[in-house]
Design a binder for this molecule. Structure first.
Ligand SMILES: [Zn+2]
Length: 333
């Protein structure tokens, strides 16, 4: 008996646009965008609970060790076979090769256009790339520059223009500045953003930089000639500037105050302390992974904000294992 009729629809794979011999382009991409050999990967299928395509840290199935980012990964990303997220900070130097401004609210395009123009006034070139819900503005650095100083610069630029910054002054909508942290602590990864020139898994659409023709040759030529932000310029632009206290701290983690509970039954939010909230989920350490000495980054467990009865460990622990680890095993019938 065939089960084909029940198989979920999978979007068709885009035709790879990179030839296997394009290793020079892959190497160039790495030299511009890769800050560390860690990455996230966008899931090929939507989360059945909310139809969203999450990013997760890919791990080797057997050993559950994190996969390292290499040129092969970048090649798969550019060919469209998979989609990766790139981390902004190299933990050894607390520096980044780029600054990206992410905006996905109603006025996003207007605000990013204003920022791009203001940057140009400073003599800084920025590349605009559409995203599924908004756009990303990328600045490439001449050499890796301190995450903190990059943030001070963009923060003050936004302030000058009246562009809202997410998370400050209770702004729900606003730009997000990558690097999202001034520095990483031991074992931290910070936040990743979709690598440029990739395909979004939800619509299998490739988002090109706006100021160049939509093909690899033109896009790489454009990025190659783009003026880089130098250390000296950044020093000059940020002299005497700082970031107010509330923005300096890493994004404050809001804790769930109420959830769809009727006081009966198991409520996972009564048993874990969440680490952050993003993409419609609370994120925290998976209790089952923790028991096995895994999940060092402490964010394997996603709990739906809308309905916390739905939770999932991205390393693959079952609901039974999670309940067991919390000391509330699912009753056997
Ligand atoms: Zn787990």
């Amino acid at each position: 008996m065939s089960t084909a009729a029940q198989a979920p629809w999978i979007p068709p794979r885009p035709k790879p646009e990179l030839l296997a011999t394009d290793s020079a382009l892959v190497a160039e991409y790495c030299s511009w965008f890769v800050n560390r050999r860690a990455y996230t990967r966008q899931s090929d299928r939507p989360n059945p609970d909310n139809n969203r395509y999450y990013y997760y840290q890919p791990k080797e199935r057997a050993t559950k060790t994190r996969l390292a980012l290499n040129e092969g990964t970048v090649r798969l990303h550019l060919s469209g076979a998979q989609t990766i997220g790139l981390y902004a900070i190299n933990p050894e130097t607390q520096r980044s090769k780029w600054v990206a401004i992410d905006a996905d609210y109603t006025r996003a395009h207007r605000d990013l256009a204003a920022l791009k123009l203001e940057l140009k006034e400073d003599g800084v070139e920025a590349a605009l790339e559409m995203s599924r819900r908004g756009a990303h503005l990328w600045i490439l650095c001449d050499e890796p520059l301190p995450a903190k100083t990059c943030r001070v610069y963009i923060y003050n630029l936004a302030l000058r223009l009246g562009v809202p910054i997410k998370g400050t002054l209770n702004q729900v909508d606003g730009i997000e500045i990558f690097p999202r942290q001034d520095e990483l602590r031991e074992g931290e990864f910070g936040n990743a953003i979709r690598g440029p020139l990739g395909i979004h898994r939800a619509n299998m659409h490739r988002y090109w930089f706006e100021d160049a023709a939509p093909n690899f040759q033109a896009q790489f030529a454009y990025l190659r000639q783009m003026k880089r932000l130098t250390a000296e310029e950044l020093e000059t632009f940020t002299e005497g500037l700082s970031i107010p206290e509330e923005f300096q701290s890493r994004p404050r983690v809001e804790q769930p105050v109420s959830f769809l509970g009727n006081g009966k039954g198991f409520q996972i939010l009564e048993h874990v302390r969440v680490k952050r909230k993003s993409s419609g989920n609370w994120w925290t350490r998976c209790p089952s992974c923790e028991k096995q000495g895994h999940d060092k980054s402490g964010d394997n467990l996603a709990i739906s904000v809308a309905d916390p009865r739905f939770y999932k460990c991205w390393a693959g622990c079952s609901k039974e294992m999670i309940r067991e680890a919390l000391g509330f095993p699912i009753r056997q019938r």
